[in-house]
Ligand binder design. Structure first.
Ligand code: COA
Length: 412
């Protein structure tokens, strides 16, 4: 009998949400709980039927002891985009940990995703060791960076720069179409509807730490960037914390960073660069950008191999057998993989013989490769991908590579 036996598992209803918000604040160390306005926004973005909670009827009041839920999202992939469940708000009470509650919650949600026919799922992980067992692999990586002193760009400044500051009202008008264009350039970018923009742009003093300034925004015809000044360090000068840089063109990237990398009267400037961002190569001093941390951002699970592979465009032709090992569920097996002119034709065929060669990997590795930002050769070097010849490995790696590096679009 599983250790979670006797617990009640079901989707949330109206009366569960007060506890859901309180438990989430406790689990994630949120010191300023969501106010009514933010709670209403969350409720509007997650349907009750897309949640799964656990209660313990053996205890007084049958407290909430676990939850998991998902947003219905759309994400750019190489050459296209795909709808997917974005797993979020996952927590189990410290009083009930390691009894299999997370596993049971995810088993139930995955059964629902299978019924709904989703090809992939994605999440942001709180820790690196939890989600591989459920088929997720890290697919996008970013670096936290610090920029010291005003930095100079190699490309001389234009006589007249189009970059200017705008207020919150103008940002709300300009940002959505720029962000949408940006998602067509980079894989991994989550589309934001009006409710998501409301949550992103929300900038009431009550919803941010007291040491943070209001949001400052610069725009360019092909991009925008936002930052805040943070006085938390107590030093004479604040730290500039860049929140988002959305640059649709290389020119916009250069001109936005020309401003951001040279802010005066700040102790330093911090931000996040997606792995592959060319900023260091644009500076006259490459060391002007120090990486303080490398981290995984988006994790992807392939739920339906043929459908997932058909949704993306590939960069080179390939003809091989793909063998996927799926210890987490039923998606593994042998697949014929024909890629012609960017389109993958994938069919399950347990008898397929690899006359043109065979590539094998585990399902989480396939998730890591999915957005084209992780090189199959690196995973092969780590023993996570195997190919019947070095030539086939190279061809596989090239066919999956994205034109542009995946971007960390929206944290969920
Ligand atoms: C992470 C958390 C949800 C796990 O819940 P749980 O009910 O204790 O997990 P389960 O008992 O179902 O464990 C399922 C499996 O995951 C493993 N696991 C669970 N938490 C883990 C962790 N933090 N690190 C590594 N492995 C973990 C278990 O060992 C178990 O492995 P197995 O089934 O392969 O033997 C819970 O500890 C928690 O709420 N933590 C704080 C919030 C958080 O980090 N949430 C995740 C947000 S992305």
């Amino acid at each position: 009998m599983p250790a979670h036996h006797g617990l009640e598992f079901r989707p949330a209803v109206d009366g569960d949400w007060r506890e859901i918000f309180a438990s989430t604040a406790r689990a994630f160390g949120i010191t300023a709980p969501l106010d009514e306005h933010q709670q209403a926004n969350e409720r509007a973005r997650i349907a009750d039927e897309d949640t799964m909670i656990a209660r313990d009827p053996a205890l007084p009041g049958a407290p909430l002891v676990g939850m998991a839920m998902y947003y219905r999202l759309q994400m750019s992939v190489p050459g296209g985009s795909i709808g997917f469940p974005g797993l979020t708000w996952v927590s189990v009470s410290p009083t009930h940990r390691r009894r299999g509650i997370l596993r049971e919650l995810l088993t139930r949600l995955r059964a629902k995703w299978a019924d709904e026919g989703h090809a992939v799922a994605a999440l942001w992980a709180s820790e690196g060791t939890i989600y591989e067992r459920f088929g997720f692999g890290p697919a996008v990586f970013a670096e936290s960076v610090r920029i010291d002193g005003p930095q100079t760009l190699r490309v001389p400044a234009p006589a007249q720069s189009p970059v200017r500051f705008v207020d919150a009202a103008e940002l709300a008008v300009l940002a959505p179409p720029l962000y949408e264009r940006w998602g067509r350039v980079h894989p991994g970018v989550m589309a934001r509807d009006a409710l998501w923009w409301q949550a992103e742009l929300d900038d009431r003093p009550s919803s941010r730490l007291p040491t943070l300034s209001e949001r400052h925004t610069i725009v360019h015809p092909d991009g925008y960037a936002t930052y805040r000044l943070d006085s938390a360090d107590g030093g004479e000068l604040p730290v500039a914390r860049i929140e988002e840089v959305v640059a649709v063109t290389p020119e916009a990237h250069t001109e936005l960073w020309r401003v951001l990398a040279a802010l005066d009267l700040v102790a330093s400037t911090t931000g996040t660069l997606d792995v592959g961002d060319p900023l260091p190569f644009k500076l006259t001093d490459l060391r002007g950008v120090s990486v303080t941390r490398r981290r995984d951002t988006l994790w992807v699970a392939v739920l339906d191999v043929p459908a997932a592979l058909a949704a993306r465009t590939d960069a080179a032709d390939l003809d091989a057998v793909l063998v996927v090992d799926d210890p987490s569920g039923g998606e593994g097996g042998r697949f014929r993989l024909h890629i012609v002119d960017g389109t993958a034709d994938v069919a399950r065929d347990e008898t397929a013989a690899g006359t043109n060669g065979e590539i094998s990997c585990d399902i989480a590795a396939l998730g890591s490769l999915y957005l084209g930002g992780v090189d199959a050769r690196d995973l092969a070097a780590a023993g996570r991908v195997r190919a019947s010849s070095p030539e086939l490995l190279r061809a596989f790696a090239l066919s999956w590579q994205a034109q542009n590096h995946p971007a960390t679009g929206t944290d969920f």
